[in-house]
Design a protein around this ligand. Structure first.
Ligand code: ATP
Ligand code: MG
Length: 406
């Protein structure tokens, strides 16, 4: 049901608080332009013509007159997925007149019946970005706070109030708002370059992807399936995970490599206790080849130091040796419990925990080597011409379009 706002509240809008973006000196313009483009693309599905305006350290999304509260709320909610934003506030845009500001503030409080009933504490916090406004910030705080106190009897508490009424005086208007939705912070996706995430069906790699998205990397995804020796379950999981993460960027692509036969060749070449590390090297070589084709500059994995035998320092060093392209490992210093908590927060954990047949457990030796020697790995790779095999595997990738029915 749509509710048209009472007139005292002015026009609905969404006010966005930027994080690090404002700190970026002369690159700032670039950052802001990217952020605005990402905001516009996030709002593509909405039937509102949003007017995105950059102010000092904030962005105001002006919605057309008569936009319902529900739509304004949905716009705010959608924008919580845009990286680079710290707070998303549903705000009211009113005339630059102390009476209009007071009226809007009173209306906002009036809507919070639950807080009024239990006489919750409140504070008013004003900021003037335009110093020509007739009242100074502290005067505005006192005037508006006094009116709220008179009308609703709520006690003022400046430290940790239960309700904060924010007033921001801008060049052309005043924004009045209460609580906001927290954003992810970080940097706008795309500003840091383009990466390729090695995406298993597990818990770690989606979190690694999220962390790099939050640092402004746009990413495509590459999954290795044990097919034809495993079922397709791991592909479905990778697909569902990529889909879950797709809200953070404009376009996400998933590519799948049928890897089972290559794993078998490694075994036939006597990989033995080195099987797992040798497989991971072949994955990286293939990923590097795919990255070149997709014009991606960096690989991303969910490795965390010491988590499993393939992630000892010595084995990670042996993995780095397989490719020239840099490998980003954003989870390297995180504990499994921390990674799981983050996976839960971003909504990927439940998908990752579904059962599947991971290609890595296929053909895994009973005792895996924890101190792989690079010379031994290269020896194995020479026997089956791993470089050529990686090129063939890269040529065999299949794209899973995200809007295809899974
Ligand atoms: P997760 O599977 O969530 O990453 P894990 O603890 O199982 O965690 P490993 O299996 O050792 O980790 O894999 C480490 C990293 O190697 C993964 O985070 C991922 O980036 C990459 N990787 C492993 N298996 C695959 C796969 N089948 N397809 C793509 N990448 C993979
Ligand atoms: Mg795994």
């Amino acid at each position: 049901m749509s509710v048209v706002p009472p007139s005292a509240l002015g026009e609905p809008c969404v006010l966005l608080k930027l994080g690090e973006v404002v700190l970026k000196g002369k690159n700032r313009e670039l950052f802001e332009r990217r952020l605005q483009a990402n905001i516009k693309s996030a709002l593509k599905g909405f039937d509102v013509r949003a007017d995105v305006r950059q102010r000092h350290g904030v962005i105001a999304i002006l919605l057309p007159d008569g936009t319902s509260v529900d739509v304004a709320d949905a716009v705010a909610e959608r924008l919580t997925d845009v990286m680079g934003l710290v707070w998303i506030h549903r705000a009211w845009r009113v005339a630059k007149d102390p009476d209009a500001v007071t009226a809007a503030a009173l209306e906002l409080v009036a809507g919070r019946t639950e807080l009024i009933e239990r006489r919750a504490t409140f504070a008013v916090r004003s900021r003037r970005r335009d110093k020509r406004f007739p009242l100074r910030s502290n005067e505005l705080d006192r005037v508006v706070g006094g009116e709220i106190n008179d009308k609703y009897g709520l006690p003022v508490r400046l430290k940790n109030p239960e309700l904060t009424v924010h007033i921001e005086v801008d060049r052309d208007e005043v924004f009045v708002f209460t609580d906001g939705l927290p954003g992810h912070g970080g940097l706008p996706v795309g500003i840091s370059g383009r990466g390729l995430v090695l995406m298993s069906g597990g818990i770690d790699s989606p979190v690694a992807a999220y962390r790099m998205l939050r640092r402004g990397l746009s990413v495509d995804f590459l999954h290795f399936s044990g097919i034809p020796f495993t079922t397709s379950e791991s592909i479905y999981k990778a697909y569902a995970l990529v889909r879950k993460l797709s809200k953070f960027q404009d376009r996400a692509r998933l590519f799948v490599v049928p890897f089972g036969k290559a794993q078998q060749s490694l075994r036939s070449s006597g990989a033995d206790r080195l099987q797992v590390v040798a497989q991971r090297r072949l994955m990286l070589k293939t990923a590097e080849e795919v990255a070149h084709r997709l014009r991606r500059d960096v690989l991303v994995t969910g490795d965390s130091l010491g988590q499993v035998s393939s992630q000892t320092l010595q084995n990670l060093t042996a993995l780095d040796d397989a490719v020239a392209m840099p490998i980003l490992r954003p989870l390297i210093g995180m504990d499994k419990t921390e990674i799981m908590a983050e996976a839960r927060r971003i909504g990927t954990l439940a998908i990752s925990e579904l059962p599947d047949e991971d290609c890595c457990t296929l053909l895994a030796p009973r005792r895996a080597e924890t101190r792989a020697r690079i010379a031994d790995l290269r020896q194995i790779e020479k026997r089956l011409d791993a470089e050529e095999l990686a090129v063939q595997l890269a040529a065999s990738i299949q794209e899973y379009k995200l809007d295809d029915p899974a």
